[in-house]
Design a protein around this ligand. Structure first.
Ligand SMILES: [Zn+2]
Length: 412
């Protein structure tokens, strides 16, 4: 018993034809005209399978395949249906159409299942509308409340609450629809890797063990702006060279002092006044630190704070280091990792166990249920761009692994 590559391909092609930016990638924001059309397509496919369908107040579609087992907790699978601006065909959607295919195969083969199988298509994962990611899964799991939807706004200043209401959703009801532990037995999300590990090693499947956590710091260094010609080197208080010292130290801290998977990046820097013949007066830069172990992030964070103090004192600079954002690292369920791994071994799939450097909807669910994730390769590691590509052969393998895993979970 296996999935049908043609049906998967057909679903992906049909959905990606609906885009706000033809010939410039997929742009399918939640609550847009394109989103309505895609929902119509997917809901028709779900109805054809006889699923019982519910759309919650934030727009998550939940569709259940029930076989005389209505009262038992579901085996959940799925991903998100929205995209970034000018994104790719495979991010999110791959997890939704493979979940749909799994139910098709279970139904057409009359596979016996003891738990309902539930497909979830999350809304507003990318943060494209309101700058806040995973709004659908945060609402589903109760991490966001109704009040939060009134606070976050789109570029036109309209609240998420209002946008959802205008889209026809019963948004006032969201707090009554929070996923309960007794409703769900496990969640498995299939997603494209969005990195280059699987592709570079020519491996079709990644079994995710953990999703990285993140700490973002903003560093401000203030010196004295002055003439680049007439100020001798010994009279300078130059925050740019101070920043350079700290940035080099961040690379060293992540590589040599922290843990195996710790990474640190300075990708944003702001210099005042930013003139080629002026010693800068002030430098601001962000440090993005990630790891699957909190300890790894903390080591780099401590290094950042102590090095900044040392450099600022040595160079006579004023300084400030602020934590401006953070998310916890998430360990996925060892039970699910084992089941997925055993299934991959039994079927001789080419796989590795790995971590996810990107955050996904599933990262919100471990407090509620056992969570597992299956990755399929992103060619050249590209994602969030029109060049994003995953081979349909690999998606089919991932779908077969999802299918076999779900059937096992539904019959334990
Ligand atoms: Zn995604």
């Amino acid at each position: 018993m296996e999935s049908c590559i043609e049906r998967i391909k057909n679903d992906i092609e049909n959905v990606t034809r609906i885009t706000a930016t033809p010939n410039m990638g997929c742009t399918r924001f939640s609550y847009s005209k394109e989103d309505s059309e895609v929902r119509e397509y997917l809901i028709k496919e779900m109805k054809d399978l006889g699923l019982s369908i519910k759309v919650d107040g934030v727009g998550n579609i939940r569709a259940k395949y029930i076989d005389n087992n209505e009262d038992k907790p579901s085996i959940m699978m799925g991903s998100h249906i929205d995209t970034v601006a000018n994104g790719g065909k495979f991010d999110g959607l791959t997890g939704v159409v493979t979940a749909l295919e799994v139910i098709r195969v279970i139904k057409e083969n009359n596979v016996k299942i003891n738990n309902p199988i539930e497909l979830i298509a999350f809304a507003e994962e990318e943060g494209s509308n309101f700058g806040s990611t995973m709004v659908g899964s945060k609402i589903l799991t109760g991490a966001y409340k109704l009040e939060d939807l009134k606070k976050i706004k789109n570029d036109d200043g309209i609240s998420a609450y209002q946008v959802m209401k205008d889209f026809g959703l019963d948004v006032d009801n969201v707090e009554n629809e929070v996923l309960k532990k007794e409703e769900v037995k496990a969640m498995v999300e299939l997603h494209v890797e969005q990195g280059g590990i699987l592709d570079s090693e020519q491996i079709s499947i990644g079994i995710v063990q953990a999703i990285v956590g993140m700490k973002t710091y903003k560093v401000k260094l203030k010196g004295v702006s002055n003439h680049a010609g007439s100020t001798p080197m010994y009279l300078r208080k130059d925050p740019m060279v101070g920043a350079a010292e700290i940035i080099i130290h961040m690379e060293k801290a992540a590589k040599e002092k922290a843990l195996k998977d710790t990474v640190a990046t300075v990708g944003k820097i702001h210099c005042q006044p930013n003139g080629s013949n002026v010693i800068p007066g002030q430098i601001e830069f962000n440090v993005d630190i990630r790891d699957v172990e909190t300890e790894g992030m903390e080591i780099v964070a401590r290094e950042l704070i102590s090095k900044t103090k040392e450099v600022a004192e040595k160079r006579g600079l004023e300084y400030k280091v602020d934590l401006i954002g953070e998310s916890e690292c998430v360990k996925l369920s060892s039970k699910l990792i084992n089941i997925i791994e055993d299934t991959a071994l039994e079927n001789k799939y080419n796989f590795i166990k790995m971590n996810s450097g990107a955050v996904h909807d599933s990262a919100m669910l471990p407090g509620i249920t056992d969570v597992g994730m299956i990755f399929v390769p992103s060619i050249n590691g590209l994602s969030h761009c029109p060049q994003e590509l995953t081979k349909f052969e690999d998606i089919k393998l991932g779908c077969d692994l999802l299918l076999k895993t779900v059937i096992k979970l539904a019959n334990e």
